[in-house]
Design a binder for this molecule. Sequence first.
Ligand SMILES: C[S@@+](CC[C@H](N)C(=O)[O-])C[C@H]1O[C@@H](n2cnc3c(N)ncnc32)[C@H](O)[C@@H]1O
Length: 219
Amino acid sequence: MRKKLLRFAVNEGRKNLIEKTKPLYHEIRGRWNELYFKNNNPLVLEIGAGRGEYTVGLAREFKDKNFIAVDLKGDRLWHGSGIATEENLTNAAFLRARIELIENLFAENEVSEIWVTFPGPRPKKTQANRRLTNQKFLNIYKGLIKPGGIVHLKTDSNFVFNYTLETLDERKDIQNLEFTTDLYNSKFLPDHHEIQTRFEKMFMAKGEKIKYLRFKFNK
Ligand SMILES: C[S@@+](CC[C@H](N)C(=O)[O-])C[C@H]1O[C@@H](n2cnc3c(N)ncnc32)[C@H](O)[C@@H]1O
């Protein structure tokens, strides 16, 4: 608990960590490039980012894009935010927020790409409204993303993977859907730039195969 509070205190002073207590949080909707990144590069979101491994890894690789890790847990974002601060990754930001409220923080069509990395499975029926790839969240992503923008999902979970494919199948607005049940033996691997998240490492150590899918919204 003490460790968590210390991290929260550090987060308060971190420029790259945006949270409710900071004025920028309340002004940033539709103005990420103007107020934070100070350029016109495309915005890429990592949803349920935890420590933000994709945000940090992709920010190192693609200096011409801006990356934002979103998670409700400040003590997890503290990790990625610290690495980005040390490495002076000015194209990475960390946003402490609930995905349910993300439309208050990004304008329609403000985002170019979305990564959903290892979302918790929430297999019980009573948890269905918290699954980060249910219809409610897909509708939110559709609103935020520019026409032609790619949504990626990476998971160890057969439940998450199959549930997401079924959910996408119910919709009439999905195009260019591609997937693999074994990322590490697939043509998609180079697109991941050898980035592995904390949860990915844990599940791979247990022998789980990593599944991956990507698609676009027809909008
Ligand atoms: C299983 S962890 C995966 C973390 C990281 N992406 C990884 O692969 O190591 C799922 C993360 O999603 C976050 N999360 C779940 N539901 C959320 C929500 N509604 N809004 C924001 N973050 C959420 C949790 O706080 C947690 O850090």
